[in-house]
Design a protein around this ligand. Structure first.
Ligand SMILES: C[S@@+](CC[C@H](N)C(=O)[O-])C[C@H]1O[C@@H](n2cnc3c(N)ncnc32)[C@H](O)[C@@H]1O
Length: 222
């Protein structure tokens, strides 16, 4: 259910994912990737379909199982917590994708350092996050400059889902990247395409013209 509503849903399949994938350097075939916080494996499947070699990790065993099932024996998937050093060899991967997962952690020093450690020289990380200039969340107490645990509730397939995550100002995000030795190479502030707006006019009306997601491509500083 999670995969279906996310893959063909307005916010992920038709808005955040196209922006994320556009920032992933080509060629994909033969390259080695980590999908960090892989969820049900949409990015893993996309990469595998292009001939990449993929490792996917997620905190939740059910998500790892879904990824394994979706990818039909291709790739290597296991449960791991991004708050701990990843059990992967140093300098072994070309790229890391981390799609809408990092904001579940307050402290990014371990995951970002882990990403930097597993990358080959000039390796890259593509990260998508909520835009820090987006509309305030209903339970947000602090101001823009606070790093704060907040929550949001949305409906997926008729089921209400509430998630808790950390919002932070742009400077905190950029400082964390820099502290890990990752340099910002490209930034995209996506907007829904004309096709997406035609398909989901009601759902996407609230995001048109509004900073919603922010997608970064980072490079390991040489
Ligand atoms: C919003 S989902 C995004 C999933 C996937 N990246 C996608 O774009 O479809 C966030 C994922 O991050 C995972 N996650 C949250 N905290 C994590 C942690 N500390 N370590 C690893 N994964 C985590 C969740 O289990 C969830 O699958």
């Amino acid at each position: 259910m999670w995969s279906e509503t996310t893959d063909v849903g307005p916010c992920n399949g038709f808005f955040e994912r196209p922006a994320l994938r556009a920032l992933v350097p080509r060629p994909l075939a033969g390259a080695n990737f980590l999908d960090a916080g892989c969820g049900s494996g949409a990015q893993c499947e996309w990469l595998l379909d292009q001939g990449a070699r993929v490792i996917g990790i997620d905190l939740r065993p059910a998500m790892v199982e879904q990824t394994d099932h979706r990818c039909r024996g291709r790739g290597r998937f296991f449960v791991a917590d991004l708050a701990e050093q990843l059990p992967l060899p140093p300098s072994s991967l070309d790229g890391v994708i981390c799609s809408l997962a990092l904001h579940y952690l307050e402290d990014w020093s371990v995951p970002l350092r882990s990403f930097a450690d597993v990358l080959v020289p000039r390796g890259w990380v593509v990260v998508s996050l909520d835009h820090p200039f987006g509309p305030p969340l209903p339970d947000q107490q602090g101001g823009y400059f606070d790093t704060e645990l907040v929550s949001d509730t949305w409906s997926k397939g008729g089921v209400e889902v509430t998630q808790r995550f950390w919002r932070r100002p742009l400077s905190a995000t950029l400082d964390s990247f820099g502290d890990a030795g990752l340099v910002v190479e490209r930034v995209v502030e996506p907007q829904p395409s004309v096709d997406a707006l035609a398909r989901f006019p009601v759902e996407l009306a609230r995001v048109a013209g509004v900073p919603w997601f922010l997608v970064y491509r980072l490079r390991l500083a040489s």
